[in-house]
Design a protein around this ligand. Structure first.
Ligand code: NAI
Length: 210
């Protein structure tokens, strides 16, 4: 198998499509499919087959020309590329509306992530239940992260607190932050932030209306 562990030069937009391929392949497997093609994947995802072939070509050969892709093998390769061939522990910071909803969501585990703890700094929330988790004191977060070598955090605190919580997370060793707060976080170069702001997406779509 070609080396697929370090592809730092692959465009971010390509990396962002790989989980979509993985999701489609998972659905194909659940539907009993064993072999697929870039055209079939393209039809499932609403993007062109040329784009899919181009994306995959960044990572070497994926099956023989004309024979299609093994659904199982292609998933394995994509998991390997995305470093999903192990389970990643994650913490949630902020046990409000969003944090509690994340804590209750059962869809992380079967796709490579296990929430290990939920943290908040509100004494009224510490010790309360958020889904299956007892909310822990954010003051104990650094210790918790270091003891378990956790790399991922989901950040669901108000925007005005997001940067200071981020600084703490980075100090503790977190290098991947999924940010729900509507603010641009400043992080060192080795830390990766992905932000989810539904308002931004709604605003983008209003461009196309009229
Ligand atoms: P929320 O106010 O219900 O919960 C925020 C939680 O963060 C609170 O429990 C608070 O005690 C905790 N917190 C504050 N400072 C903290 C700190 N330093 N350390 C640890 N915990 C701290 O807010 P909600 O609705 O859950 O939103 C969370 C974030 O997601 C906000 O930035 C919000 O703007 C954003 N968001 C929320 C949406 C929603 O539908 N609720 C939609 C889109 C974005």
């Amino acid at each position: 198998m070609a080396s697929v562990t370090n592809h730092k030069n692959v465009p971010d937009i390509v990396v962002g499509r790989l989980p979509l391929y993985l999701r489609a392949l998972g659905a194909m497997q659940a539907a009993g499919k064993q072999v697929t093609s870039s055209q079939e994947l393209a039809d499932w995802l609403g993007i062109s087959s040329a784009q899919i072939r181009k994306d995959l070509s960044h990572f070497g050969e994926f099956g023989k020309q004309g024979t299609g892709y093994s659904v199982v093998m292609l998933q394995e390769r994509l998991r390997h590329i995305l470093h999903l061939n192990r389970e990643w522990p994650v913490i949630v910071v902020g046990a409000g509306n969003i944090g509690s909803a994340i804590a209750r969501y059962s869809g992380f585990e079967r796709r490579g992530f296990r929430v290990l703890g939920v943290f908040d700094n509100d004494p009224g929330k510490i010790g309360a239940q958020a889904g299956p988790f007892v909310v822990q004191d954010a003051a104990r977060m650094i210790e918790f992260i270091r003891e378990r070598d956790i790399r991922h955090a989901m950040l669901a605190v108000p925007a005005e607190h997001a940067q200071s919580v981020t600084d703490t997370l980075v100090e503790a060793g977190i290098i991947a932050i999924l940010n729900y707060a509507p603010i641009n976080l400043i992080v060192p170069p080795h830390v990766h932030v992905e932000s989810i702001d539904p308002v931004v997406h709604l605003q983008k779509m209003t461009f196309y209306i009229v």
